[in-house]
Design a protein around this ligand. Structure first.
Ligand code: SAM
Ligand code: CA
Length: 229
């Protein structure tokens, strides 16, 4: 479990990042990455290669109204805010505002804070509140889910009603350090609970007729879902 990425080859991952990802990564995102690298929970930060895919998706679907669950220091939040148009919006939920405050000066400097509505809350509570407003139902172009993994199925049942038909939901870490393909016995204790939840979640998504999915082995695995009806 030493290697964070899925390729299990530091050299290959380094090659991809240095050749294809870092040259086009905006400066403010590099800054957030640098800030996060010295944080005790640095491993929670999003992978820039997954981010590059998200940027492409946001542009392709011309996303304007977006939602994020799990902000941490703000890499994926800033990426989304930089990519959506000037009048775009991102509702960002995290249970811990302190993490967000670490990246906030960078976000302010980047001139995109007006697009962000940060909600400090447990995600289920915040999602229930969003769903109380009929204007929110089926209205989001894009949702990024990256908070507590054991709740992914619960989040799915909420966000499927918030995203519009043909809108996109991206789930991060759906290959959980590659443990989904390992036997339970061989997986270190610390990975087991989430691994088992992710296994159930991945299976449930495949069986869910409301979405069409693709799993990309970028970062720690991202699953892209398009709402069909
Ligand atoms: N997307 C972030 C990025 O780009 O760096 C990484 C998110 S990090 C993996 C997960 C975040 O989820 C943490 O900031 C944590 O505070 C938040 N979180 C954990 N449980 C939560 C919950 N029940 N509701 C809302 N946020 C939660
Ligand atoms: Ca993540």
């Amino acid at each position: 479990m030493e290697h964070k990425g899925l390729l299990q080859s530091d050299d290959l991952y380094k090659y991809i990042l240095e050749t294809n990802v870092y040259p086009h990564e905006p400066e403010p995102l590099k800054e957030i990455r640098a800030l996060t690298a010295s944080h005790q929970k640095f491993f929670m930060g999003s992978s820039p290669d997954g981010g590059q895919m998200v940027e492409m998706l946001l542009k392709l679907i011309d996303a304007k109204k977006t939602l994020e669950i799990g902000v941490f220091t703000g890499y994926s939040l800033l990426l989304t805010a930089l990519t959506i148009p000037e009048d775009g919006k991102i509702v960002a939920i995290d249970i811990n505002r302190e993490f967000y405050e670490i990246g906030r000066p960078t976000i302010q400097k980047a001139g995109i804070e007006h697009k962000i509505e940060f909600i400090e809350s447990d995600a289920i509570r915040a999602l229930n509140k969003l769903l109380e407003d009929p204007n929110n139902k089926g209205s989001f172009d894009y949702v990024f889910v990256d908070a507590d993994k054991i709740n992914y199925l619960n989040y799915h049942e909420k966000v499927i009603n918030l995203v519009k038909v043909n809108g996109i939901i991206v789930y991060d870490n759906t290959l959980w350090y590659g443990t989904v393909a390992k036997s339970e016995d061989s997986v270190p204790e610390v990975f087991k609970e989430v691994r088992n939840s992710i296994l159930k979640f991945n299976k449930a998504l495949v069986d869910d007729t409301r979405v069409k999915i693709v799993t990309a082995p970028l970062g720690d695995g991202i699953t892209i879902c398009r709402r069909l009806y």
